[in-house]
Write a protein that binds this ligand. Sequence first.
Ligand SMILES: [Ca+2]
Ligand SMILES: [Ca+2]
Ligand SMILES: [Ca+2]
Length: 307
Amino acid sequence: MKQINLVSAILMLFLFTACGDDDGDDVVNTVISFTDTSAIVDEDVGTVTILIEFSSPLIGAGEISYSLTGSANINGDYTVESSSPLVVAEGDESTSISFTIIDDEIIENFDVVEDDNDDLVLVETSERKVIVELTSVTGNLQLPNEGERIFTYNIIDNDQRPDSGMKWDLAWEVEGSMDVDAVNLDMIAIYDVVIDENNTITEAKTYTISDNESGYESLVVDDAAPDSDYYVVIEYTGGSGDANFVFATYHSTDPIIFADLFTEETADEGLVIVAEISSKRGGNFSRKNARYQSVNSILKVKKGILG
Ligand SMILES: [Ca+2]
Ligand SMILES: [Ca+2]
Ligand SMILES: [Ca+2]
């Protein structure tokens, strides 16, 4: 009895394997491909879609994984509307990946990169890129040839310096994350500031706050604002990780831009960064060469003063 069972089992296994082979010969792999390899879009374009075409209707279900890299940042420059992996079904002949480009108020002419010494340096650039790469598939799907797996979006900025007043922009990247919302920075313009002997701001009036829950921050102090010295303060209000930020001042003169690091440790100590002090008298603004220009010199702010 035992022997017959074993023979049957071997026979069954043989038949099963043979059937499997036959089926395999009938299944044609569906090769996926981008219809284009790149696109240039304006910052206010809204939602954009990348089409992925199939070489034949898909047999069985499958998944397509993709990665996102490039100088543009998730939730700073664009939001992702399609999750990775994309799930596709029997009979599908195409699928797509969608993004919404964020029409922010940031003037984007610079990118921050690390040089050979791991220092942050500014590089002039007129575009931000979203690089989409098809990385893996399941089921009967097949990736295109190497070199045909990448789609690049170039986002063209649409923001300009104001004709009058002062404008400050704050953008950042979070170390180890593509998502800028891993850290929530806010920016506040305060004036009539009183600083005590402990380097602590004990009194201040708030002129304006930029406190988006998602993405970057931008402020304007216009000609009609009260005459005073304006302190532009960066506050780390949530999240975790170290943020490499770019702070830009746009006056009537050339922009002044610097990059620095707002560490989680600094935030944990309850410290804010006074990124700039500018004197405003009527329509005249002058940037003070203050001691608080860099992260290395940090003012404390008494709790409850800001906001
Ligand atoms: Ca814009
Ligand atoms: Ca912009
Ligand atoms: Ca914010």
